[in-house]
Write a protein that binds this ligand. Structure first.
Ligand code: HEC
Length: 128
């Protein structure tokens, strides 16, 4: 029994270490609305006037290609700054260390590292 306990502990520790980058940020900032799974079933989802998007279907609804730039822009908040939306803008919260991201048109855009991590995590959640 004791041996089993240790094995379970090691498996749990392994899970914690193996958590993909960006998951922690996602859990802290996004899961309340979009759900831990990303399917839009967060604890406050039912109280919002607009249902949070199912984030596991971003590729599926974009012809099978993950819409990386669109997701980054949306989360940051720039393109919809002046339009009504339920989801808050995360640009100010994600400010900090930047990394270079090569955009679809080849330009290099300094982008907050935490935004890149979150969007990579979203990419890992995509289903068929
Ligand atoms: C307060 C609730 C709330 C929080 C917190 C939230 N979202 Fe959203 N999100 C929404 C809602 C509602 C929509 C649907 C569009 C709208 O805002 O009207 C949406 C839409 C989106 C979309 C657009 C999907 C598409 O169809 O292109 C993405 C991507 C997204 N959210 C990612 C995130 C990420 C990543 C975070 C955390 C950094 C986050 N959201 C935090 C409520 C939220």
């Amino acid at each position: 029994m004791r041996a089993f306990g240790w094995v379970a502990l090691m498996v749990l520790a392994g899970c914690a270490v193996a958590e993909p980058p960006g998951a922690e940020l996602y859990d802290a900032l996004c899961a309340g609305c979009h759900g831990v799974s990303g399917k839009g079933d967060g604890v406050i989802a039912g109280e919002l006037p607009v249902a949070p998007a199912d984030l596991t279907r971003l590729s599926a609804s974009n012809g099978g290609v993950f819409p990386r730039e669109r997701a980054m822009a949306w989360i940051h908040g720039y393109p919809d700054r002046y339009s009504a939306r339920v989801m808050p803008e995360f640009g100010p919260l994600l400010d900090g260390e930047t990394v270079m991201v090569v955009a679809e048109d080849g330009t290099r855009v300094p982008t907050p590292k935490s935004l890149v991590l979150i969007v990579s995590y979203l990419e890992s959640l995509q289903e068929g």
